[in-house]
Every structure is written in structure tokens, then in C-alpha cells.
Design a binder for this molecule. Structure first.
Ligand code: MRU
Length: 340
């Protein structure tokens, strides 16, 4: 496989390496990944996370195993196992489907490696196109609110919603970003804040429940978020808390944009009701874990509800920024997502 380098995933010197996103921003630790069990665990614990990145990391691992001489059956089992790690982000299913097709070739090892390289490089190009299109929606001095982490850490390129913000900031140095901390796993507070600081884009971190009063005070001009799966009717799943923002944006008449590559579309899902939502461990809500260990604040017996994602209905979305164009409600209602 050729050398591939992204912000949190690389194939270098014959090794698949991933940046541990759970330890960021305080520790930059790279894991050298050689087995399905190891990659599965990295994905389940969100050390490897973000819809496009999950699919790409799994793909590079399968390609690495192909290079190591694993049989067709072993590679097929690896694909099945990796695909089952996280059920909502459809990019993973998209990547695994592409590798399954490659596996049918006579020289399946070469075909799988080539396809994994292609997936990685395509993602960089998709990010650039989304960022360029989305940045045109941003105006000087905009205050933009974003949720979770959708940047270079979550993709092979510059990111989705945060990629738009990156490109917009190069055109308008005076924009400012409100960063939702994104409970329970704090991808905003840990990762988006870290990326914006590195890019020298002015930002202010808020707790998720502060967004409403900011909007009421007229301090949010636009909202840009990413997606883990977009249904044919435009409904989409993204990090839990996204739907709250969409409802608030609607009430306060603030434009609400979703940014995603075509690999996040699932036209097999007619509406958001068909998107499977991952449920996660109670311990993520009753406390917090990190390099410092685990800190529990809720009573040990506390009953917990912990969906990783929620669904935002199409009627609350101002526009869908895909790599193929910016689509408005009338386009989506006319079925454009089935044709891009
Ligand atoms: O659980 P995570 O951290 O993988 O969730 C990530 C998100 O919800 C992102 O918004 C989404 O994957 C789009 S990232 C480019």
C-alpha cells in the first residue's frame, strides 16, 4: 500500500497508525494497529471516531491484512466484524461494501489495497469540495455554532462542517465559532477546541445547554453540523444534541446547515425513522473516563439513557451542503438526494 497520511490516521512504513482521540488534547498518542480485534476496540472506545474516519481506518486495516497474505475468507470475516462495530455511521458500511466488491476480483489482495487507497484519497477530495461550497454561505463577522467534532480528526481531509469553518476563516478572518462541548463524550470541548486552536480560528467553548440563551441574545448567525447518515427524505442522524440545536435554530430563525459527503447518504433509508441509533454504555453518562481514570458522579444504581445520536427532521434544515452541491428544501423534497 502507498503511504497515506491524514491528521489522525496514516499508513506509513508498512504500519496502520491511528491517533488516540480519547486522549486528546492533552496527549498525542499513536497506536500501531495490526488486528481486527485491536481496530474493533479502538473504534468501540472512540479512540478512532467520526463517520468518515471510522470507515477509512477499518479499510486500511483490511488492506494491511490483505498485504499480510490473509485469505479471502479471513478478509471477508474481517470486513463483517469491522462493519458491526458502530451501527449509525453509514460511511463505514459504504467502505466495507466497496471492499467486499474488490474482494471478488481474481487478484483480491491487490484489489482491496487499491480500493482502500482510493477511499482514503477520495475522502480528501470530498472534504475539499464541501468546504469550498459551504464557505460560500459564510459572511464576514459571522458567529457560527457547531456541535461535536467534524474536522480533520474525523476525516482524511479537512473535515465536513469544521472543514467549511476552516475554509471560511481563510476568507473572513473575523468569524468566531461557538463550540458546543458535546456531552457525554465531549468531542467539542476536547477535539473541536483543539483543532480550532491549531488553526488559529477564534472560538468560545460553551456547555450544550447554553446554546438557547446565546441564540435568544442574537449571538449566533449560523449553525453548521456534520452527519452520520442522511436518509432519502433529508432527515439525518448526527451526534446527540444536534436535534436540540435544529429546533432552537428554527424558533430563533437561524440558518441551520448540515455538511456531509455523498458517502453519508443512505437512500435505502426512506426517512430518519429507519436509521439505527447506537446506544452506549451507562458509564459515559454517570461519570467520565480519561487518562486520569474514571470519575463517577451519579449514584451507582442510576438508570441511564445514552443514545449516541439523534435524528433531525428535514423540515428544520436550511440546506444540505454535500460535495456535489448545496441543496435546499425544494430540491430535497423533489428527491435530489436519490440522484447525487
Ligand atoms: O460518536 P462520534 O464522535 O463518532 O460522532 C461523530 C459525529 O457525530 C460527527 O458529527 C459525524 O460523524 C460527522 S464527522 C465528519
Amino acid at each position: 500500500m502507498k503511504e497515506l497520511v491524514a491528521r489522525s490516521l496514516k499508513y506509513q512504513a508498512g504500519r496502520v497508525q491511528v491517533l488516540d482521540q480519547y486522549l486528546l488534547p492533552h496527549e498525542e498518542t499513536w497506536h500501531h494497529c495490526t488486528s481486527v480485534a485491536q481496530m474493533t476496540s479502538l473504534i468501540l472506545t472512540l479512540k478512532v471516531r467520526g463517520a468518515p474516519l471510522i470507515g477509512l481506518a477499518a479499510s486500511l486495516l483490511v488492506a494491511y491484512l490483505a498485504e499480510q497474505g490473509h485469505s479471502k475468507t479471513q478478509l471477508s470475516e474481517a470486513i463483517d466484524e469491522l462493519e458491526a462495530t458502530r451501527p449509525t455511521a453509514v460511511n463505514l458500511m459504504h467502505c466495507m461494501a466497496r471492499l467486499r466488491t474488490a474482494l471478488q476480483q481474481q487478484d483480491f489482495a491487490l484489489a482491496v489495497v487499491t480500493e482502500a487507497e482510493r477511499l482514503f484519497e477520495e475522502d480528501c477530495a470530498l472534504c475539499d469540495r464541501m468546504a469550498t461550497l459551504g464557505a460560500q454561505l459564510v459572511e464576514p463577522s459571522d458567529n457560527i455554532l457547531t456541535h461535536c467534532n467534524t474536522g480533520a480528526l474525523a476525516t482524511a481531509g479537512v473535515g465536513t462542517a469544521l472543514g467549511v469553518i476552516h475554509h471560511a476563516a481563510r476568507q473572513h478572518a473575523d468569524i468566531h465559532i461557538w463550540v458546543d462541548e458535546t456531552r457525554p463524550l465531549l468531542q467539542g470541548g476536547r477535539l473541536t477546541a483543539y483543532e480550532l486552536a491549531r488553526w488559529q480560528i477564534p472560538y468560545t467553548l460553551i456547555c450544550d445547554n447554553m446554546a438557547a440563551s446565546l441564540m435568544a441574545a442574537g449571538k449566533v448567525d449560523k449553525i453548521f453540523v456534520g452527519a452520520d447518515r442522511i436518509a432519502a427524505n433529508g432527515d439525518f442522524a448526527n451526534k446527540v444534541g444536534t436535534y436540540n440545536l435544529a429546533v432552537l435554530a428554527h424558533y430563533h430563525k437561524i440558518p441551520f446547515y448540515v455538511v456531509a459527503p455523498v458517502t453519508t447518504l443512505d437512500i435505502g433509508c426512506a426517512s430518519g425513522a429507519e436509521i439505527p441509533i447506537e446506544q452506549r454504555a451507562e458509564s459515559e453518562v454517570t461519570g467520565v473516563s480519561g487518562s486520569f481514570g474514571h470519575c463517577q458522579w451519579a449514584p451507582v444504581q442510576a438508570q441511564v439513557y445514552n443514545p449516541a445520536f439523534d435524528v433531525t427532521p428535514a423540515e428544520l434544515i436550511t440546506a444540505w451542503v454535500l460535495d456535489t452541491g448545496v441543496y435546499y428544501p425544494q430540491d430535497v423534497a423533489a428527491g435530489v438526494l436519490g440522484t447525487v
